[in-house]
Design a binder for this molecule. Sequence first.
Ligand code: ZN
Length: 60
Amino acid sequence: MPTGTCPECEAEVHVDTDTDKGETVDCEECGVQLEVVGLDPVELDLVEEGLDDDEDEDEF
Ligand SMILES: [Zn+2]
């Protein structure tokens, strides 16, 4: 099973082999939410809370 490194606590975070880029996983050590930004090798990025991720297409 591939693993990435948590940018918050540097623990190894296991990522399912069928996980796609853009999916989020939780660090088991510190509990932060991490986004999978790379798969080979696995790269993880902190998901910042409060990000407005709405895909609002009404304005255009
Ligand atoms: Zn962590």
